[in-house]
Design a binder for this molecule. Structure first.
Ligand SMILES: *Cc1c(COP(=O)(O)O)cnc(C)c1O
Length: 360
């Protein structure tokens, strides 16, 4: 068997130990004689899986008791609609536009009410995080929305916006569990699992309980009401059971490896290795202002399309996969999520040095 160094932005690399465990349990999960894929979501075995997943996530993130944890379907894109449908009581909310995902969420919210652009970094291809210390937030806004780590552009908020007392809703899809966060600073955090946690199909929502109510916009379907999912412990419908099982294993892997403090340290070390190299030479260029660099997604360019294509092709031959940049940025992008070992980044930097020397 041979595994590549997988730098995909998502679905992305998972810990080998987790995949191995899942493989070992594939045909007979803990003496049940069946795979987790084959069992009822109402069974004792699955009940234990989802309850442990929630308990472990609460431990990892130190989630206060007044926050609900939900495991839902439909990915981050469904949250773009669920958030206004459930929270836009005054039909007005503020959005900070830092990339494609924030833009999509903002446009979706505009279907339901007034979605105000509070700030934007579109003028410079989203290569920075705008100053959010004094946003034009008004009293009648229901919430303030951000995308905390911009997967495509490689930026990350280093300080949260001043929301002037409004609830902050954050899309953490590509930085979820990469470092400790203070959950109490948010009204809601959500993340599609397929970036840093597990397989596609699960979206994890952490919502302050007082925000969850029956008072939603008229016409909101039951499946899109947080209250329904919360009342039913994420089992209103058949949940993405196998995905939740893998997420649960990743939570246990994180706990075993020192939790989010340790993960932050590892992620900073990996990112430093990469950025230090980027800053030490001029063949490759990072596309993001230094203060706002992401620990997870690192876009970089050579500035010559032909050489960039050659880089991606030769990297693939050398065992480095999914390094092609997003079409709106061009060049390359290395996503170095929790499950990417230091050795993977080290190997990539060595490859980059060699490629630069050969193609200068
Ligand atoms: C990938 C991504 C999304 C979209 O996720 P889907 O599961 O495809 O809906 C949204 N936000 C961020 C930050 C992402 O990285």
């Amino acid at each position: 068997m041979s595994r590549v160094w997988n730098f995909s932005a998502g679905p992305a690399v998972l810990p080998v130990e987790v995949l191995q465990e899942a493989a070992d349990e594939m045909l007979d999960y803990k003496g049940t004689g069946m795979s987790v894929m084959e069992m009822s979501h109402r069974s004792k075995a699955f009940e234990t899986i989802i309850n442990e997943a929630e308990a472990d996530l609460r431990t990892l993130m130190n989630i206060p008791d007044n926050y609900e944890v939900l495991f839902l379907q439909g990915g981050a894109n469904t949250q773009f609609a669920m958030i206004p449908m459930n929270f836009m009581k005054n039909r007005k909310a503020g959005y900070v536009i830092t990339g494609q995902w924030a833009t999509k969420a903002w446009k979706e919210a505009a279907i339901f009410g007034e979605a105000v652009e509070l700030a934007s970094s579109k003028d410079k291809t989203f290569s920075y995080i705008p100053d959010c210390s004094d946003l034009p937030i008004t009293d009648d806004m229901d919430y303030v929305y951000i995308c905390e780590n911009n997967t495509i552009y490689g930026t990350k908020y280093k300080t949260l916006p001043n929301t002037k007392g409004k609830d902050l809703i954050s899309d953490q899809s590509s930085c979820f569990l990469s470092e400790p966060v203070d959950v109490s600073k948010y009204g809601m955090i959500y993340a599609g699992a397929q970036k840093n946690v597990g397989p596609a199909g699960v979206v994890i929502c952490i919502i302050r309980k007082d925000l969850i109510s029956e008072d939603v916009l008229p016409g909101t379907p039951n499946m899109l009401r947080y209250k329904i999912h919360s009342d039913n412990g994420s089992l209103y419908n058949t949940p993405p059971a196998y995905g939740i099982y893998i997420c649960g294993k990743v939570f246990k892997w994180l706990l075993k490896n020192g939790g989010l403090e340790a993960m932050k340290e590892k992620n900073e070390k990996k990112a430093k290795l990469f950025y230090d190299y980027l800053d030490s030479q001029d063949f490759y260029k990072g596309t993001v202002v230094k203060e706002d660099r992401s620990l997870m997604n690192i876009p970089f360019v050579i500035g010559d399309k032909e050489l960039e294509d050659k880089f991606v092709a030769e990297a693939k031959k050398a065992g480095f996969e999914n390094l092609k940049g997003h079409r709106t940025v061009g060049g390359m992008r290395a996503s170095i999520y929790n499950a990417m070992p230091y050795e993977g980044v080290e190997a990539l930097v060595e490859f980059m040095k060699k490629f630069a020397a050969e193609n200068k």
